[in-house]
Design a protein around this ligand. Structure first.
Ligand SMILES: [Mg+2]
Length: 150
């Protein structure tokens, strides 16, 4: 019996070993046959794995690029909205209740912009307003150590 190049798993070799084990120890050519099959099987698995890994790396790179582009664009919008209010004292001492209340108002403004078919620039700005209030909540939690934030 000889091994084929295209075995998909180790079943063929296991079956062969069961049938031929008693005689294999004394015939080196059988080991060569076996080693050749194992080498081809290993190489085919290595090629398959490297192709899968390469595809995964390409997909990951594309996904990472998409995420970075979207987040960079949106963070610029968020900053642009915040910079319009440099005259205000900031959010460090505001309460979570205040942020939640303003967040609700901004969500309503965003819904209104979408429902009334406002230009996309307006929808993007309202989206940035919503994000800015959630950012403020996260920022307050990030900077305060106490669990009791009201
Ligand atoms: Mg707004």
């Amino acid at each position: 019996m000889s091994f084929t190049n295209n075995s998909k798993d180790g079943d063929e070799i296991e079956e062969w070993l069961e049938l031929n084990w008693d005689s294999t120890w004394c015939d080196p050519s059988i080991f060569n046959d076996l080693l050749g099959w194992l080498r081809r099987f290993y190489d085919s698995m290595k090629i398959k794995a490297s192709k899968e890994m390469e595809n995964r790396m390409i997909e990951t790179k594309q996904q990472r690029g998409t995420i970075e582009n979207s987040v960079n664009f949106f963070s610029r919008e968020m900053k642009s909205q915040l910079l319009k209010h440099l005259d205000r004292p900031g959010w460090k001492h505001e309460s979570i209740a205040y942020f939640l209340n303003r967040l609700g108002e901004e969500v309503a403004e965003l819904c209104n912009a979408i429902e009334s078919n406002q230009p996309r620039e307006i929808v993007i700005k309202e989206s940035a307003d919503v994000a800015n209030f959630t950012m403020m909540i996260a920022d307050v939690y990030r900077q305060r150590k106490s669990r009791q934030i009201k």
